[in-house]
Design a protein around this ligand. Structure first.
Ligand SMILES: Nc1nc2c(c(=O)[nH]1)N[C@H]1C(S)=C(S)[C@@H](COP(=O)(O)O)O[C@H]1N2
Ligand SMILES: [Mo]
Length: 364
């Protein structure tokens, strides 16, 4: 029996097929932000979403080494103390998993079954990646930069360390950080202790956790997570298009109180201040619209002051809630002209499904 036996290829759920045991197993490991925690501008670490492809590796900060080598003038190796001497910045970043929204697609790609909660915002402290690359000195033949984590596993039969590549231009210009702190504390194990990459504006897969190696190569990186996994495709045999930056999305903090099983909301009649947060990895948020009649009519929400361009922005809207059943929905616009769709187009990996959130509310 071979490794491929376990998961030869990605599968789509059959019509009407409920969440499978494999999906439940992933969902129980990889948790989302409880939507009420959108109330915190900075997500408390335990409430930030988590996505780990394999296992959280055993790591040791006191002996940790990060190497920078390949097409560089001077290969370098850093322990944590030496890395801290390379400069320190703190950046507030909203991270979102590229698979967020996957479980809402029809047909449903079988994988981590996110609804819409795979998001969080943290302040990451570390050294700018560009500092390290400049210290090592990029050679003329440098094309891509490959980031390798300490975690190891198998995916569709392919054995691998978790690795992602960026082009040299992306690595220098994206504002990426090699972070050792999250919200002023050492990284928690599940978020990459002791070191991780954070690539602001990009879907989470780019932000390699448990970072142990940065290798500059003279060709396009063809590793599994770039060339096979994170690509927009309609058919499994297509090359597809790389998944990169975060599409705009707005989420409401669900108002009132939930019904335990359905999570439908029960709200007292009167003025209800709806609040939420909106973000985009392409450009700052420009506008958020709210609909309290299932998308028939839309009103502008009031935006909070922007904290910075890389983190979500708060919004609110006063709703005159009348007795009866209502469907609330929101959508975000960014300054690049991107608008959040009511129904995002389908793709086989279930990536970037930013279809507008719908919340059913019973007003009493
Ligand atoms: N080494 C390593 N880095 C990784 C992953 C992983 O499985 N291994 N998962 C990626 C994915 S798909 C996402 S969405 C983010 C999640 O980051 P978080 O768990 O800190 O929210 O980490 C990314 N970095
Ligand atoms: Mo992800």
């Amino acid at each position: 029996m071979s490794i491929e036996h376990f998961s030869a290829k990605g599968r789509l759920a059959d019509t009407g097929e409920g969440i499978t045991g494999d999906e439940l197993q992933l969902a129980a490991r990889n948790h989302g932000i409880p939507l009420e925690a959108l109330r915190y501008e900075l997500t408390p670490p335990g409430l930030h979403y988590v996505l780990v492809h394999y296992d959280i590796p055993a790591t040791n900060a006191s002996t940790w080494q990060l190497t920078v080598d390949g097409c560089v003038e001077q290969p370098l190796s850093f322990g944590l103390t030496a890395l801290r001497a390379m400069g320190r910045e703190t950046v507030r970043v909203t991270l979102e998993c590229a698979g967020n929204g996957r479980a809402g697609l029809h047909p449903r790609p079988i994988s981590q079954p996110w609804l819409m909660e795979a998001v969080g915002t943290a302040e990451w402290t570390g050294t700018p990646l560009a500092n390290l690359l400049r210290a090592a000195g990029l050679r003329e033949d440098a094309v891509d930069v490959v980031f390798t984590g300490a975690d190891h596993g198998f995916e569709r039969g392919v054995e691998q360390d978790y690795q992602r590549g960026l082009t040299v231009a992306e690595a220098l210009d994206a504002g990426a950080l090699i972070a050792w702190e999250m919200n002023g504390m050492p990284l928690p194990p599940q978020h990459g202790y002791p070191l991780r990459l954070v690539v602001p504006g990009w879907y989470g897969m780019a932000s390699v956790k448990w970072l142990r190696s940065i290798e500059v190569i003279d060709h396009e990186f063809a590793g599994y997570q770039n060339a096979v996994a994170y690509r927009f495709r309609q058919e499994s045999n297509e090359d597809g298009v790389a998944v990169t930056r975060i599409e705009p999305r707005a989420l409401l903090i669900p108002p009132g109180h939930p019904d335990f099983m359905s999570r439908h909301r029960i709200v007292a009649a009167g003025t209800v201040t709806l609040q939420g947060r909106a973000w985009s990895g392409w450009a700052p948020i420009e506008r958020v619209e709210v609909s309290v009649d299932a998308g028939v009519s839309w009103q502008d929400a009031k935006l909070d002051a922007a904290s910075n361009d890389l983190a979500w922005r708060g919004f609110e809207y006063d709703w005159d809630a009348r007795p009866g059943e209502h469907v609330l929905t929101v959508r975000a616009y960014d300054e690049s002209g991107r608008v959040q769709p009511i129904e995002a187009p389908w793709n086989r990996g279930g990536f970037a499904n930013n279809s507008a959130q719908r919340i059913t509310v019973l007003v009493r």
